[in-house]
Write a protein that binds this ligand. Structure first.
Ligand code: BES
Ligand code: ZN
Length: 458
């Protein structure tokens, strides 16, 4: 069968159930970084494993040293392509809680949007592929290709266990193309195929001073304040124009091609609208680059969290004994996260004031990714997306990171297709995360059409 009238009719009929199932999954608080949520994370894995099992796929819950991964496969079809759908069922922390209109794990529909943590990142998006495959099989017809699923529980904490296990899973995961929906449309109603992502390197820096907090009257002026030293160290890493100041940081940065710059210049981008949508007066960033170039293809430095001293009510005049920052770099091809770590350590040695000591812990590291822009899979996706969204997708890069994606390319030797159904104002990682209900249903339709298109390739 083709994903033509029969299946599309069936998908339309099943739309209320598709939505109800997503709501059910979103109720499970699978925050992978929260050690008190281990049970709930496991529950979210079982939920999707059971859904795939009921549809008749071969399913395995694969334990890791951390959270489990769910693997499933439809029957092998001789001579037909094999696709691996990768996604994640883990979600980011939900704080600040009081900014959520409804509870993060009490999914609620308002104005055509489904609000909950994980709605777009990534339960809602990965479920589009699960639904299309389950419904295809429920129709009693065989798929025109083999679809494998790998849905993990540690993407939001760097995918280290998957990375370690990938070589031994090479045969099981063997495929012609990995399909991932964990990115976005370019703009509302303008779908995109994302052929590049930035990599990432994340750190926790502690600056330690006196052995305990000190009265700032008795000791102020006589010792280095760790909170000030931390701010100075962080400030020394970037200039006012957004240029990272760590020696060697730009050495391996691959320049944007003129062709790419010209293509992106043709995308409808409006800086003032972009600024007002996020509540700032003006955008800012590295000189000489447009906003899309800065977000997608230039490396950056960001402070993600800062803690030191008195956070409670009122005044407490102390010199804090210690200060901590969480910071990260977004990396682009061909920067290497471990070389960045070495350069940061050197920079800290060169800039840390005498009288305090620094300690750096490197957390996650992943390089930037580039995928083919003209493969047969891209052509198949063009056709599938056009039929579901009514417009052809544009080719873009994005600035977020999917840590395992370059390892798929290297270890599995496969193509990569990143098809995002989300919107840039879906509030991923923020309060009031959402996924537009219509985009969920369009994603399911596009996914069904994709199997059809890929099935025609061999
Ligand atoms: N869905 C994102 C990746 C993404 C974000 C792709 C924006 C395209 C645009 C993914 O779930 C994510 O958030 N990854 C983390 C990885 C990190 C915690 C190691 C990220 O990018 O911060
Ligand atoms: Zn995320």
């Amino acid at each position: 069968m083709t994903a033509s009238k029969d299946l599309l009719g069936q998908l339309a009929e099943s739309a209320p159930r598709h939505l109800a199932e997503l709501v059910e999954w979103l109720r499970i608080p699978s925050v992978s970084s929260d050690s008190t949520r281990i049970h709930e994370v496991k529950q979210a894995a079982s939920w999707v494993a059971e859904k795939l099992e009921r549809a008749g796929l071969d399913v395995e819950i694969m334990p890791t040293e951390g959270h489990p991964m769910v693997y499933a496969e439809s029957p092998k079809i001789d001579g037909a392509p094999v696709v691996l759908v990768y996604g994640h069922y883990d979600v980011q922390p939900v704080e600040p809680l009081d900014e959520w209109v409804n509870g993060p794990f009490e999914p609620t529909i308002r104005d055509g949007n489904l609000y909950a943590r994980g709605a777009t990142d990534d339960k809602g998006q990965v479920l589009t592929h699960v639904q299309s495959v389950c419904d295809w099989l429920a129709s009693g017809q065989s798929l025109p290709l083999q679809v494998k699923f790998l849905i993990e529980g540690e993407e939001e904490v760097g995918s280290e266990n998957l990375e370690r296990m990938l070589p031994e899973l090479r045969e099981k995961l063997a495929c012609d193309c990995v399909v991932i929906s964990d990115s976005g449309q370019y703009s509302d109603g303008q779908p995109a195929i994302t052929y590049g992502l930035r990599g990432i390197a994340t750190y926790e820096l502690t600056v330690n001073g006196p052995s305990q907090d000190l009265h700032s009257g008795s000791f102020g002026g006589a010792v280095v304040n760790p909170a000030i030293a931390l701010c100075q160290l962080l400030g020394s890493m970037i200039d006012g124009q957004g240029r990272v100041q760590i020696p060697g940081y730009y050495d391996n940065v691959r320049d944007l091609s003129q062709e790419e710059r010209d293509q992106w210049a043709g995308l409808p981008q409006n800086d003032s609208e972009f600024a007002s949508a996020i509540g700032v007066d003006k955008l800012s960033g590295e000189q000489g680059y447009t906003t899309d170039e800065r977000r997608w293809a230039r490396p950056t430095f960001d402070v993600n969290g800062l803690t030191s001293g008195h956070q409670g009510e009122g005044v407490k005049t102390i010199i804090p004994a210690t200060a901590k920052a969480k910071f990260s770099f977004r990396l682009v091809p061909d920067q290497d996260p471990s070389e960045v770590t070495a350069a940061v350590e050197q920079h800290l040695n060169d800039h840390c004031p005498v009288g305090v000591k620094w300690n750096l812990e490197a957390d996650h590291g992943a390089p930037g990714m580039l995928a083919a822009t003209d493969s047969r899979f891209v052509h198949a996706a063009n056709a599938a997306i056009e039929s579901a969204f009514g417009v052809l997708p544009v080719l873009i890069r994005e600035g977020g990171s999917i840590p395992i994606v370059t390892r798929f390319q290297e270890v599995l030797g496969c193509d990569c297709l990143l098809l995002g159904w989300g919107l840039s104002d879906d509030n991923a990682h923020s309060p009031n995360e959402k996924f537009r209900v219509e985009d969920y249903h369009r994603g399911i339709r596009a996914s069904a059409m994709l199997w059809d298109e890929i099935g025609k390739l061999n």
